[in-house]
Design a protein around this ligand. Sequence first.
Ligand SMILES: [Zn+2]
Length: 153
Amino acid sequence: MKTLEQLMKNTPTDVVERSRQTNAEVIKPPQIVNKRGVKTVVFVVRCKAVTEKYFYDVIIELYPTEISKGVFLRPSLKSPAWVQCSCPFYLFNCEWTLAKAGSSEIKYSNGQPPRTTNPDQIPYLCKHLYKASPAVVKEAIKAGTKDERFDFV
Ligand SMILES: [Zn+2]
């Protein structure tokens, strides 16, 4: 599983550029769930670029690297993450490589490697996920400082 920071660093510059015109809004309070036998904090985000008609559904799960007394300490861009977006770019460029890196699973694509759209098979983010990542980390830090800390007991 990759960290958000690794996935952001891998993201092509044109995608980073387009993310500047994208809005990301965390729409639900973060939830702690048990996924694949491990507890994680799940953020549900709604994203849309100014040029886009529709909102896309983004999910970002942060996995703790440090737990003390049942509390997820220091959530950051360095937290390992599992991500998903419902946009076409994600489907054609990102999903397979992210799933292969353990940071997503096949949901929207046909499960074939992106031979033409991402021939080097680099796990990176779409503009929505790129924009949402720091927003989600900010929410996680805010929750941690307001005593709504993620209780992992
Ligand atoms: Zn997207």
